[in-house]
Design a protein around this ligand. Structure first.
Ligand code: SF4
Length: 269
């Protein structure tokens, strides 16, 4: 059976291996996503429909359930749409995978575009604010590095990544950040990916998924989605021994779904 790896899975593995077990071994996913995720997802979905089907927000909003988002999304669209006209769009939301250390490492760029300099990965970001520290993160984040590494394997002419960064302010602003791919970035990406695969094989071969207690709440005070059940379930526990409390919480807050399914839907197999 093929083993899949991608950035969000790698992040979970490195942050908390018990969470990795919940998500990727037990295939138990939170039923509701946090608000800060859902805005970005609605924005990405709007842009995908615009790029692939030519639908503009006026049409999209007829089906838009998030009433609160309407004004912000419309303003953001009006800013980014003329900027995108400057590029040739080669693909949108396309999953690609490379064979890596016996696993399939997959990425999904929001866009692949070209201009006079060559081919670029392109990603949208919606963020509360934008400054030097956020820019530095985008330049060096594992997501940027692995996306560029995988995309370079498919496109030897890849120049780097363009970030279209939109602030979620009353009057949204657009920042365009270009990250040029360097040999050093390729090396860092390759080593980071190797370390991730080695860690995944290590924990899976042992079958031990320790809790990472320092991750149960993040620096903004937001708790891990698995906290309500984390201290009541063990990986080797038979489900028939779950308490009524655990069964009720599982039913209310979680669904059983394979998080890898989105890769297969995107065309990789
Ligand atoms: S509640 Fe804490 S220990 Fe449990 S999965 Fe979440 S981060 Fe890990």
């Amino acid at each position: 059976m093929r083993k899949w790896m991608y950035n969000s899975k790698a992040t979970v593995l490195q942050e908390c291996q018990r969470k990795y077990w919940f998500m990727h071994k037990k295939k138990l996913l939170p039923r509701h996503e946090p608000e800060y995720f859902s805005f970005g997802r609605v924005f990405h979905s709007m842009m995908e429909k615009y790029i692939k089907e030519g639908l503009v927000p006026a049409t999209l909003f007829l089906h838009q359930q998030k009433e609160d988002y309407k004004d912000t999304l419309a303003l953001m669209f009006n800013i980014i749409q003329p900027e995108l006209e400057r590029y040739t769009i080669l693909s949108a939301e396309k999953v690609i995978g490379i064979d890596f250390e016996g696993w399939k490492w997959c990425i999904k760029n929001d866009l692949l575009v070209s201009d006079t300099l060559g081919i670029w990965c392109a990603d949208y970001k919606t963020t509360a604010g934008y400054g030097a520290s956020v820019a530095a993160y985008y330049h060096h984040s594992p997501q940027t590095l692995t996306y560029q590494y995988c995309q370079r394997k498919h496109n030897p002419d890849l120049v780097g990544t363009i970030f279209f960064i939109l602030t979620k302010t009353k009057e949204p602003k657009l920042f365009v950040e270009r990250v040029i791919l360097t040999e050093q970035q390729l090396r860092i990406a390759e080593l980071a990916m190797k370390d991730t695969i080695a860690l995944a094989e290590h924990v899976e071969s042992l079958g031990i998924y320790p809790r990472q207690h320092t991750r149960c709440y993040n620096h903004r005070g937001i708790k891990c989605e698995y906290l309500p059940i984390c201290y009541y379930i063990e990986p080797d526990q038979d489900e028939t021994s779950y308490t009524p409390y655990v069964l009720e919480v599982l039913n209310d807050l979680f669904i059983y779904e394979d998080p890898d399914d989105h890769l297969k839907l995107g065309g990789e197999s």
